[in-house]
Design a protein around this ligand. Structure first.
Ligand code: HEC
Ligand code: HEC
Ligand code: HEC
Length: 88
């Protein structure tokens, strides 16, 4: 990706404010997902099959999608459960 300083700044602001984070409930700690930040990096079809709309995530499909990409990219949480599952 080409480097755009204003996008980097926007990411920092959004990250710091926690704006736009989706929450997935899980008994071992809810998972927060910054949809906006991920949308800025990737095409909709990286995650949405067909038209981008609501889809169900569960334990297996959630891990496959989220951890699968983070492993492949070498970025984002993949090793430590608590990087995604927040208990406090
Ligand atoms: C990249 C983020 C991420 C990481 C890292 C991660 N998880 Fe998850 N996990 C998720 C998502 C997303 C879901 C789906 C949540 C939902 O279905 O609402 C999930 C669901 C689960 C569930 C099902 C919870 C429920 O209430 O049904 C369990 C159990 C779980 N993860 C355990 C783990 C363990 C153990 C680890 C570490 C080895 C781990 N997870 C690491 C994102 C992650
Ligand atoms: C990195 C993965 C990823 C990317 C990229 C992504 N999404 Fe999503 N999107 C998700 C996940 C995960 C959900 C939550 C599952 C759910 O509840 O529908 C979601 C939910 C949605 C929803 C339903 C919830 C809502 O906010 O209304 C819409 C609409 C949506 N995405 C549109 C888009 C569009 C448009 C793009 C491209 C500009 C996009 N998404 C890119 C992962 C992604
Ligand atoms: C298509 C690839 C891709 C998918 C799918 C994806 N991520 Fe990420 N994620 C990334 C990348 C790349 C980064 C690192 C961004 C950076 O630091 O520049 C990241 C960073 C993160 C971070 C750390 C930054 C932050 O927002 O606090 C979290 C947490 C995270 N992802 C959660 C998730 C969850 C939860 C899902 C599934 C619902 C998911 N990701 C799906 C690529 C992906």
């Amino acid at each position: 990706m080409k480097y755009y300083p204003h996008i980097a700044l926007l990411l920092i602001i959004l990250g710091a404010s926690g704006a736009n984070a989706m929450k997935f409930s899980a008994y071992n700690g809810d998972v927060y997902f910054d949809h906006r930040m991920h949308r800025l990096i990737y095409d909709c079809k990286s995650c949405h099959e067909g038209p981008p709309q609501h889809f169900e995530l569960d334990h297996e499909s959630g891990h496959k999608l989220c951890i699968g990409c983070h492993r492949k990219e070498g970025k984002g949480p993949s090793r430590h459960c608590s990087d995604c599952h927040k208990t406090s």
